[in-house]
Design a protein around this ligand. Structure first.
Ligand SMILES: [Fe+2]
Length: 304
């Protein structure tokens, strides 16, 4: 096993970013129940409710904070353009389902042997939760592959250029971006052209024309964009765009198509955040189903 994730940034592993998302956006299913008749939350419930409104800045782990500091400092317009020009040539490696999953699984936290199957298991748990709810086959496949772009880490990219909430570059930063105060250190914050509400874009120009901070979402979108339905492509491309799909920032850049398909992004998000389970999926048993599913939509090998 290699331990590139731990070498290339402050996070213990890439999951630490997702664990922090879960702290910021707790599962509504765990939310306090109303006491019957009173319309009031019970004491235990109100304590829990308060916990859910706690200050993420104060409570984020130091390594998560440091991760966002780096992400916000270095994700500039020029950086995003350079990474797109390099990685979107998709000339690094060809991978099918199992070699892709196995490659992704080399992204482990070497200090914790129990997480050695974390990536493959999380992807299967996400897909299985979607399948259990009776969603279409392309939706299940999307659950399985949505994080394949994290292989960027294995191509030597630092954590802050692979994961993290995404946000538009080239226009004013929203205060809905997590740790938005760190964006003051981004050189683009001193470029006046980039700091108007629309910046280098036109109002309602559509997100397809907007550069988001670089990471695994945009990368994976380009890997599969010729093969999957529009809903699936939106889920993959914007699943980390929390300032928009959760906080409703940047709606002035969206067009009618974005507004329509963000319903899919929002439908996907609970499966991404809340499907981690203690029960470990039986990989060998699930393998034939997912091989067939992959082959239904995707070529035997995808270009990364
Ligand atoms: Fe992701």
């Amino acid at each position: 096993m290699v331990d590139k994730a731990a070498d290339s940034g402050p996070l213990k592993d890439l999951d630490q970013w997702e664990d922090d998302l879960l702290r910021r956006y707790p599962n509504p299913a765990d939310a306090p129940k109303q006491s019957p008749g009173t319309g009031q939350a019970s004491d235990t419930a109100s304590t829990k409710a308060k916990e859910q409104f706690r200050d993420y800045r104060a409570e984020a782990k130091p390594e998560v904070k440091e991760f966002y500091r780096l992400n916000h400092r270095y994700q500039t317009v020029d950086f995003v353009k350079a990474k797109r020009a390099d990685f979107l040539r998709l000339n690094r490696r060809k991978m099918g389902l199992w070699d892709g999953l196995e490659f992704l699984n080399t992204l482990v936290d070497s200090s914790d042997p129990d997480t050695s199957l974390a990536q493959i298991e999380h992807l299967l748990q996400t897909a299985e939760a979607i399948r259990r709810d009776g969603h279409p086959r392309w939706f299940i496949l999307t659950g399985l592959i949505h994080d394949f772009g994290k292989v960027l880490c294995l191509f030597g990219e630092p954590q802050w250029a692979v994961v993290g909430d995404t946000f538009p570059v080239g226009c004013a930063y929203s205060d809905k971006i997590v740790f938005s105060e760190f964006l003051a250190d981004n050189p683009d914050s001193r470029t006046s052209e980039y700091q108007t509400p629309c910046g280098i874009y036109e109002e309602h120009c559509g997100l397809d024309n907007v550069l988001l901070s670089w990471g695994h979402d945009e990368y994976m979108y380009h890997v599969v964009k010729d093969y999957l339905p529009t809903e699936a492509l939106y889920m993959i491309r914007y699943h980390s765009f929390y300032p928009c799909h959760r906080e409703h920032a940047y709606e002035h850049l969206m067009d009618a198509k974005d507004c329509k398909y963000f319903a899919a992004v929002r439908a996907f998000n609970p499966y991404d955040l809340y499907s981690k389970a203690a029960e470990r999926p039986d990989i060998d048993k699930l393998r034939p189903f997912y091989e067939e599913l992959w082959n239904e939509f995707l070529p035997p090998q995808l270009s990364f």
